[in-house]
Design a protein around this ligand. Structure first.
Ligand SMILES: [Zn+2]
Length: 158
């Protein structure tokens, strides 16, 4: 059984050692592989439709000239994407699919493709050395994003 002090120390250690500062996500330009490779950024009609539904339930988003303008859930930076094909943003599963996260709207958010990729590659994916379910810093981060999604929640118009 871990003592509270030890557990807290460990938690802080994990947070300081492993959690990239918010600024790492912020302002990071996205030079991803997706640009220039059409097949990678073409989204299915189902995905585009889902992005639209997520934007409608996020009060930072508004519809302007065929674009949704709002904020990235991860870095809080400005985010916009085309309504026609979803270009400019990705769907983020806050509690990731690899750990059993669902497609429920509350579990989905819109993010920069770069932010989404960072989280997916470096945090969500279990590996030999990484067990996300047991990583306190990781769980804390997921919780923060869940709370942020809740704060921004808006009921969709029916
Ligand atoms: Zn972002």
């Amino acid at each position: 059984m871990l003592s509270t002090t030890f557990a807290l120390g460990l938690k802080n250690h994990l947070i300081s050692a492993k959690l990239p500062p918010k600024e790492c996500f912020k302002q990071k330009p996205y030079y991803g592989r997706y640009y220039g490779r059409k097949e990678n950024f073409m989204k299915s009609a189902g995905t585009v439709d889902l992005m639209d539904r997520v934007a409608r339930t996020d009060k930072t988003f508004e519809l302007v000239d065929g674009h949704w303008l709002g904020k990235c859930l991860i870095c809080n930076g400005r985010l916009s994407f085309r309504t026609s094909d979803g270009f400019g943003a990705n769907i983020e599963h806050i509690y990731p699919r690899v750990l059993g996260g669902t497609d429920a709207l509350e579990n989905l958010a819109l993010t920069h493709p770069g932010c989404n990729g960072e989280k997916g590659r470096n945090w969500d994916k279990p590996s030999k050395r990484r067990v996300p379910e047991r990583n306190l810093a990781y769980l804390e981060m997921v919780k923060r994003f869940q709370e942020r999604r809740q704060e921004r929640w808006r009921d969709p118009e029916i």
